[in-house]
Write a protein that binds this ligand. Sequence first.
Ligand SMILES: Nc1ncnc2c1ncn2[C@@H]1O[C@H](COP(=O)(O)OP(=O)(O)OP(=O)(O)O)[C@@H](O)[C@H]1O
Length: 317
Amino acid sequence: MELISATKAGQMAAVIDVAGLTKRYGERTVVDGLTMRVEPGQIFGFLGPNGSGKTTSIRMMCGLLTPDSGSGQTLGYDIVSDSAAIKRQVGYMTQRFGLYEDLSLRENLDFVARVYGMDRRRERVEAALERLGLAARQHQLAGKLSGGWKQRLALAACMLHEPRLLLLDEPTAGVDPKARRDFWDEIHRLSDQGVTVLVSTHYMDEAERCHQLGYIAYGRLLALGRPDELIERSGLSTWTAEGASAAGLAERLEQTEGIEMVTRFGNTLHISGTDAERLEAVLQPYLSLPNTHWRAESPSLEDVFIHLMRQSADNFG
Ligand SMILES: Nc1ncnc2c1ncn2[C@@H]1O[C@H](COP(=O)(O)OP(=O)(O)OP(=O)(O)O)[C@@H](O)[C@H]1O
């Protein structure tokens, strides 16, 4: 009995809970039957090739776009009939966020707070500047900031109204690795404080930092789970070959039956296939090559996503 009520309570508490969301533009179905849940405090990563429907999905989940079919709730509100309430309560950082380059950081935040008619404006701006480590630069013009700091300012702006849910659409595109890492440290701090985050990204190091991942291609959610679960379920086996002569093998290996993917990382090759025994058998002749160190490894998340992308290309052609 207790178990049942605990489960029910857990289900009721989902921050995003949508089923069968579908969106068409003309003849094209750009999101096709999307069903997913995001639990409180979770960082949910949305991955998929360009144009696969991530932005469209995010916009439906935050009430900015009406689905053609399907239903669901975000923050307990119906995504169709209560979309205005959702829009007020989520923090949405779009791919092209607008900041005023000739205003300082502080002025930008103050402007956002005014436009949305927020109370306790000064306090909110102070808190946002502090929380995101922007206080020391508050009088700097936004236009003079590097990409990483601009991103941080945009995050501060969409946190001003203290939303419980953040929707971040490729927030770190084009930002250097150190700034991306800092940005993600901040996302984790927010998650620790109970903020739920849905974030789309093309970066694998970022995907690895999510609690839960959804992989979408051609509008369909093809995989859903924790990063380690997706690796486990992929059914892929991977070998790595390391050494100066490894790269020279790539083309030949790519043509070999039983090998599905060969990816180069500097002097290392990742060679993957879905039949572990067959893969080992076809690699046998190469394993004793001099100056090449071979290892059977667990596939990386990147191997898994490239595999998913290839499979989906076959399926949807
Ligand atoms: N308003 C619209 N009218 C017509 N087609 C649209 C519209 N909005 C999006 N699309 C199309 O829907 C598909 C999905 O777009 P969406 O922006 O959701 O993809 P995405 O996964 O976010 O891509 P990216 O990673 O490039 O941001 C694309 O082919 C896009 O061209």
